[in-house]
Design a protein around this ligand. Structure first.
Ligand code: SF4
Length: 752
């Protein structure tokens, strides 16, 4: 059985030495990189061969990749590297790696075409000046073969180990038993659907209620499907830390199996750089951080130790990294290549420069993706593909900038002012972003890049921050389309007028589409994922994506759901709603005393009802969510909901207590939900409504109704957590009785 390795992976494994050096090396955007490659190719003759696919064998190792170009006229293989700024700023060990790569391509070409010798070229293309610097060496085929053999020999023992691991892993997974004695109700349906989706290479959206064990029900079938489907990796992606913790617990449970024999399965947790960094006061290069110094020399032993561990969560990985004196964050990035299951945040696969996605494409991995609590994806993805520039921050940056940047930054300021000179309303949406402004911004970006390369100490933190914001803004401006809006919000209240510019993504589907298409199978699951067409339209899922609504393990008799049809919580009726709502809460409380939550659409509304309630019913214990609660305060709030306790917690819809909170049994016996949770009607949302109408013909539903009802169902879902729970839900607003709204409530509820 041969082991397949990409040229880049082989070289990074076998030819990278010395320090980790992430000192500012000006990186072009992906688009600039692609455009740069295109420019270089367009300058070559008509017989030039671009993107030459190559592959070769060394023992049981198959090495494959794509050379950027081959010029038969000059018998020259070329590798393009786009950059900005100073060529000399590229660290030596990076350049050494570039040579190693192009020399592998050169050998593969010699071998395929029977060449005795070849010219080997590194072409550095400056995307700012559009100039090429070509470094050429002539090599004989024999010398290149030696180089190739040497690299492969360093890798071959590892490849042998990996092949053995894969065999052992697949054998163990084939015989893997479900980790519990039996499936919970609904759990088998979910697990079988995930399995079938993996077998047919399709995607799945699964709405599955709380308490059925969704995490195990989604990971287990993918592990079972892995050998047959030749899955290289499973990515479990979560919106928040608790989701990651649940996945790691599930892996531990599955990994141990019934007979406690540990599975040969490598599980890796990815955490954000700021959480994993051991030296937050230092920079990521050998002269500053001891864990970056000699990183590539020591990572060899660290990697070997790490692949022997079963579950590498943050603590386990940290211990190995520190034992080998390498940076834990960058060690985790290295280990992605050698792991079977990777647990991390959504952004590692979905954001604009997602590492897991990039590696999947580069290595041609067959991956299965799990998206936990997938109702969060729309909001999170919109943020990933949005960018904002505030003029006040820009002005701070300009003030702190050295004189050499004065002209370019003044130009940005002038163009910025021109953008809103004639804007009469405080907020306005534009269909395009003025070219002149973008050009000025890009020019400033180029000049700041040069400065960061030549005199890094002269760049203030304010200027650096603005620079990164401007880069993100420029990147998104390059791909601006109907999926996003460009809006300007002005502020004329201060001594100087100012404006905030925002590229605001509304429909992330065009960005995510390719990411889903790249995965062999993906399952998105959540307790509230309806209506499914809304999520599949927003997220760009393929047309043949399957949908299941897993039956609830709960019985209608467990929950009394009532609609307060005589109360309107519409904004104009709010003051009239306060007394009826207070009365309703008090009546329910006196009927069945216990712990309740009352959810409101805003802190203001919450406060108004709470004040009246406290005045009318001073004997009832109440707890209040306040704005900006810290982690400790949140824990204190939840700790008040004790078994057998009595009181009412006032909280906001969509807030910290309306989702991901587990208060089983008598810790919570009922919830009041006032309003349909509709997002506020403001110019941004109204513009979004218009756009949604144009794209999907469902402006109101996609902007207001579905996101609002998702919050309502999430909040109400806090009440019944187990099959023994009993509880009450009061939906407070006459609109809850509308058939289209009732359709959005869980099927197992029996509304009275
Ligand atoms: S420990 Fe921190 S500063 Fe050092 S290399 Fe890692 S992330 Fe960078």
């Amino acid at each position: 059985m041969s082991y397949v390795v990409a040229v880049r992976t082989l070289c990074e494994f076998a030819a990278k030495v010395g320090d980790l050096d992430l000192r500012f090396t000006p990186a072009p955007t992906a688009q600039q990189g692609i455009a740069g490659h295109g420019t270089v190719v367009s300058r070559r003759g008509k017989h030039y061969e671009a993107e030459v696919s190559l592959s070769g064998l060394y023992k049981q190792l198959r090495v494959r990749g794509r050379a950027d170009g081959y010029d038969p006229g000059y018998n020259r293989v070329e590798e393009f590297k786009t950059f900005r700024g100073d060529l000399h700023a590229i660290p030596d060990n990076h350049r050494q790696l570039h040579w190693a790569q192009v020399k592998v391509y050169a050998w593969l070409l010699c071998q395929t075409r029977g060449l005795k010798e070849i010219n080997v070229a590194l072409v550095y293309f400056d995307i700012g000046t559009q100039k090429e610097t070509m470094l050429v060496e002539k090599h004989s085929a024999d010398a290149l073969e030696l180089h190739f053999d040497h690299l492969c020999e360093r890798f071959v023992a590892w490849a042998e180990q990996e092949t053995q691991h894969r065999l052992a892993r697949d054998t163990a997974l084939t015989g893997l038993a479900f980790p519990h004695a039996e499936f919970r109700p609904g759990q088998r349906h979910l697990a079988e659907s995930v399995y079938k989706a993996a077998l047919s290479g399709r995607h799945l959206m699964a709405q599955a209620p709380t308490g059925i064990g969704k995490t195990v029900a989604t990971i287990f079938p993918l592990l079972k499907a892995s050998p047959g489907q030749k899955l290289d990796k499973i990515f479990f992606l979560a919106a928040k830390t608790p989701g990651r913790a649940l996945a790691l617990d599930a892996m531990e449970l599955i990994g141990k199996g019934k007979d406690s024999a540990v599975l040969p399965l490598r599980v890796l947790e990815l955490v954000a750089r700021d959480k994993a960094c051991e030296h937050p006061d230092k920079a990521c290069h050998g002269e500053s951080c001891p864990l970056a110094q000699g990183f590539y020399d020591r990572v060899v032993a660290a990697r070997q130790a790490a692949v022997r561990a079963a579950v590498l969560d943050q603590q386990a990985l940290r211990a190995i990294a520190l034992a080998h004196q390498v940076c834990p964050y960058y060690l985790s990035q290295e280990l992605v290549r050698w792991s079977d299951v990777v647990v991390g945040d959504y952004n590692y696969y979905f954001d604009i420069s997602a590492m897991l996605y990039g590696l999947t494409v580069e290595n041609d991995w067959r991956v299965a993706v799990l998206v936990d609590e997938a109702h969060n994806m729309v909001g999170r993805a919109r943020k990933m593909y949005s960018a904002e520039l505030t003029q006040s921050s820009f002005r701070y940056a300009r003030k702190s900038a050295p004189k050499s940047l004065k002209t370019v930054l003044d130009r940005v300021n002038r163009q910025w002012n021109d953008l809103y000179r004639n804007q009469e309303a405080e907020y306005a949406v534009y269909h395009a972003i003025a070219e002149k402004f973008l050009f000025a911004l890009q020019q400033a970006g180029t000049d700041i890049t040069d400065l960061m390369t030549d005199e890094p100490d002269s760049v203030s933190p304010e200027l650096q921050r603005f620079y990164f914001d401007a880069m993100q803004f420029s990147k998104l401006a390059e791909v601006f389309g109907e999926h996003s809006m460009f809006d300007i919000t002005t502020d004329m209240s201060g001594p100087k007028p100012q404006a905030t510019l925002c590229i605001r993504n509304i429909v992330p589907a065009p960005f995510l589409k390719q990411r889903f298409a790249t995965a062999h199978t993906a399952t998105l699951f959540s307790a509230t994922l309806g209506p499914h067409h809304f999520y599949s339209d927003m997220l760009g899922l393929p047309d043949d994506t399957a949908w299941i609504d897993v039956e609830s393990p709960f019985m209608a008799q467990q929950l009394s759901v009532r609609i307060a049809r005589t109360i309107s919580t519409r904004y104009q009726h709010r003051s009239h709603s306060l007394a009826p709502i207070a009365k309703l809460i008090a009546a329910q409380y006196s009927h069945t005393p216990g712990n309740y939550m009352a959810f409101f659409s805003s802190f203001d509304y919450l406060q108004q009802v709470l004040d009246l309630f406290a005045e009318l019913y001073p004997d009832v214990t109440i707890w209040q969510q306040s704005r900006g609660m810290g982690e400790g305060e949140k824990q204190d709030f939840l700790a008040r909901f004790t078994d057998g306790g009595q009181g009412i917690g006032f909280a906001v819809l969509g807030g910290a207590f309306a989702e991901g909170v587990d208060l089983p049994g008598e810790r919570l016996i009922g919830a009041f939900v006032a309003t349909l949770g509709l997002p506020q009607m403001n110019p941004i949302n109204e513009e979004m409504r218009v756009r949604m109408d144009q794209i999907f013909g469902k402006g109101y539903d996609y902007t207001y109704l579905y996101p609002g009802m998702q919050k309502v169902v999430q909040a109400a879902g806090r009440v019944i957590r187990t099959q023994d729970d009993r509880g009450y839900i009061h939906l407070i607003d006459d609109r809850f009785a509308r058939p289209d709204v009732m359709d959005l409530l869980p099927a197992w509820w029996q509304v009275q």
